[in-house]
Design a protein around this ligand. Structure first.
Ligand SMILES: [Zn+2]
Length: 219
């Protein structure tokens, strides 16, 4: 089974992706992790990727594709997170899977309004104790005592880039990159968009159950 996960930064994509992996016994393949792993092991591709990343540039499609295919070669049941990010990557993935007689099961798109993501992310606070790393939300999941971590008692702080302007910029970039992919997978009849309203009672379980139901319908 091959599931592709789409969702803006702050949409809960990582969390829901993990839940889906648990339900279907999938390997969670996040592009960021693959990059870090290849760079740490100093593979040929890792060195290439490092060249671009260290200069603050995007890793070219052919390097990313080669890395992902290298991982996919060893796996049967995968949830892809952060790949494909461009149409050439999506086309390369189709070609690759076709050559193996495989195909994508579903593309799960978490559809959260930008303004909700901005509210949620800009009200996020994290524990200043790096070993704890607990995360809270002053609107949706406040700590018991304001500004203090429930778990370890350390002061809570905000991430520098969790401010509305930076989040908005991140979201704009995300939409620019992702719109073509949404169209691509819609045309292939693979897109499963799940609308999430963070102000209603939509819980992590609700979203996971909905995604599981949609995937089961396509198996
Ligand atoms: Zn803490």
């Amino acid at each position: 089974m091959y599931i592709i996960m789409l969702g803006a930064p702050g949409s809960g994509k990582g969390t829901i992706g993990n839940e889906i992996c648990d339900k279907f016994n999938l390997v969670h393949l996040a592009t960021g992790d693959i990059f870090r792993d290849e760079m740490k092991r100093q593979t040929e591709l890792g060195k290439k990727a490092e060249e671009y990343i260290s200069k603050g540039n995007l890793v070219p499609d052919e390097v990313t594709i080669a890395m992902v295919e290298g991982k996919l070669d060893k796996l049967e049941n995968v949830l892809l997170d952060g790949f494909p990010r461009t149409i050439p990557q999506a086309e390369a993935l189709d070609k690759y899977l076709e050559s193996k007689g495989k195909k994508i099961t579903a593309v799960i798109n978490l559809d959260v309004p930008d303004k909700d993501i901005i509210t949620r992310t800009s009200s996020r606070v994290i524990c200043s104790n790096k070993e704890c790393g607990a995360s809270y939300n002053t609107v949706f999941m406040p700590p018991k005592v304001e500004g203090i971590c429930d778990r370890c008692g350390s002061p809570l702080t905000k991430r520098k880039d969790d401010n509305p302007e930076t989040i908005k910029e991140r979201l704009d970039v995300y939409h620019q990159n992702t719109e073509p992919l949404i169209e691509y997978y819609t045309n292939k009849g693979l897109l499963e968009s799940i609308k999430i309203n963070i102000y209603s009672e939509t819980t992590k379980e609700d979203t996971t159950n909905e995604a599981v139901k949609r995937i089961n319908n396509r198996k």
